[in-house]
Design a protein around this ligand. Structure first.
Ligand code: MG
Length: 130
């Protein structure tokens, strides 16, 4: 029996990274781009809404920090879900021992990665939703 391996073209997927911390953002963006995903990085919740409200259909996945100036990750998610934007949202937060998982679900987010984000946890989540 011949097994044909199908190589998934990751460059067809566009991910919006919403992260105010330069180091975390740089690490996540670099890892994803090395795997050939297309990544756009915005630095706060306000910018995320400005990009997503008119262009949500261009994005396959959102990676969202929680603690950000101006508009935090919960508020962005609640706003997106209220207006019917259903792009999967994975939240990234350092508060591993708080009730972040419950709160993120309540805000309409699909899943959760603890910070510091590891390569394994990042790709496990990304591949689950793409
Ligand atoms: Mg932050």
């Amino acid at each position: 029996m011949k097994v044909r391996m199908v190589k998934i073209d990751k460059s067809k997927y566009k991910i919006l990274l919403v992260e105010d911390d330069f180091i975390n953002g740089k690490i996540v963006k670099t890892l994803l781009e090395k795997a050939t995903y297309r990544v756009e990085w915005v630095k706060n919740g306000k910018e995320a809404l400005e990009v997503l409200i008119p262009h949500s259909t261009e994005y396959n996945l959102i990676l969202m920090d929680i603690q950000m100036p101006i508009i935090n990750g919960y508020e962005v998610s609640i706003n997106l879900r209220e207006i019917g934007i259903n792009v999967p949202i994975i939240c990234m937060t350092a508060n591993a021992f708080c009730d972040e998982k419950g709160k993120s679900k309540e805000a309409g987010m699909n899943d959760y990665i603890s910070k510091p984000v590891t390569k394994a946890s990042l790709f496990e989540m990304v591949e689950k939703y793409l």
